[in-house]
Design a protein around this ligand. Structure first.
Ligand code: KG4
Ligand code: ZN
Length: 355
């Protein structure tokens, strides 16, 4: 069985064909970074237009790379949210068009669910597992009980962790996205120079907060001479603080599972920030302390991609969780509710504009 996945919820236009035996036959990503970098962040209108411009080329390349034709695929999965709605509509509508034209099932994929299950493409991870979903748009911890059953145990009260990386990078005058740049610069700095706060790291709190840390970084930078060494030291101290926060939150989440009597053997990190080496390392060490295993997808499956969307399609198809063609794309789509939204959404009544 082959499933085509289409992703367009943020600043990557992506298409991928994955086989049910987990072979990724193609994984095409067109990144819009250069369209947005001058603005220091993503401009939704530019993103939507760029998706529209590239989607057909990207999907065609996914077929040619996989050496398959449209007649070979068994289903099409498209991200239907959460995300920047203009872009989501482009990808979801394209996926629906293929579904109608080829008369194959359509699967409306929740982008967060796709990140959450992405680790199962490369590893045979059994449910339940403890997931740290750390990306540009999301920051939460949850217990993944099944393909479509998630128990959120911690969430951010303000920024996501990826946003914190990106905003610090912007402050320092680096480009967008900033996570990888900060990670690279951090090895050049003095880790002891600044003592940044670790918000909400007490009483085993499971929730995240990054705004206080962000403000502290801003003040430190403004009070410095703004030399390259100052920037490197800020990167080093910010990276060390964020790594320590992740260790604290993972530890609190493990304790929470133990208190609830939920037996989890595996900690999984997913989303763009799961590509961060110090964070991967600290979670690896923590897991060993608890005699658990730590798994994160390979770097190219951590950041946004369509292979995870196609894989989510395969996971849902196996459970017969397909969708009606009138499934509404949505800017916000909490993970907990994606489980129940696999059936037809009743369309609003058609309003007659002209008589
Ligand atoms: O999952 P993703 O590609 O998009 C969302 O769904 O949000 O995550 C993008 C985020 C950005 O904030 C980017 O700065 C961050 O992931 N990121 C990293 C690294 N690579 C990407 N953050 C820290 N270290 C990295 N190596
Ligand atoms: Zn993402």
């Amino acid at each position: 069985m082959y499933v085509l996945g289409i992703e367009s919820s943020c600043d990557e236009t992506a298409a991928s064909i994955v086989k049910n035996d987990k072979t990724i036959l193609s994984n095409v990503i067109y990144s819009q970074i250069k369209e947005h970098s001058a603005f220091g962040g993503i401009v939704p209108e530019i993103a939507a237009r760029a998706h529209l411009e590239k989607i057909d080329v990207v999907v065609a390349k996914a077929f040619s790379d996989a050496n398959l034709s449209i007649n070979d695929i068994d289903a099409v999965a498209g991200t239907c949210g959460p995300g920047l709605i203009g872009g989501v509509i482009v990808g979801a509508t394209f996926a629906k068009g293929i579904s109608i034209a080829s008369n194959i099932p359509f699967i409306a994929v929740n982008h967060i669910e796709a990140h959450a299950l992405s680790v199962r493409i490369t590893n045979d991870v059994e449910f339940p597992y403890l997931l740290l979903l750390i990306s540009g748009g999301h920051c939460q911890s949850c217990i993944v009980h099944a393909v479509n059953k998630f128990e959120i145990i911690g969430r951010t009260l303000d920024d996501s962790i990826g946003e914190a990386f990106d905003k610090v990078a912007k402050l320092l005058g680096y480009g967008y996205p900033g996570g990888k740049l900060i990670e690279n610069q951090s090895v050049l700095g003095n880790i002891k120079r600044f003592s940044f706060p670790k918000p909400m790291c007490s009483n085993n709190s499971l929730d995240f907060s990054f705004s206080g840390l962000k403000t502290a970084v801003k003040i430190a930078f403004e009070q410095s001479q703004k030399l390259q060494q100052d920037k490197d030291d800020i990167c080093a101290c910010f990276q060390a603080t964020v790594t320590a926060i992740m260790k604290y939150k993972a530890d609190a989440a493990i304790k929470h599972c133990k208190e609830l009597g939920i037996s989890v053997q595996t900690i999984v990190a997913a989303g763009g920030v799961a590509a961060n080496t110090p964070i991967r390392q600290i979670l690896q060490n923590l897991s060993s302390d608890y005699d658990m295993q730590f798994i994160a997808p390979p770097i190219d499956l951590c950041t946004d991609n369509a292979a995870m969307i196609a894989w989510n399609g395969i996971e849902r198809l196996r459970l017969d969780l397909t969708n009606e063609i009138d499934f509404s794309p949505r800017p916000s789509w909490p993970l907990e509710s994606s489980a129940t939204e696999n059936s037809k959404i009743i369309a609003p009544p058609i309003v007659k504009l002209y008589s």
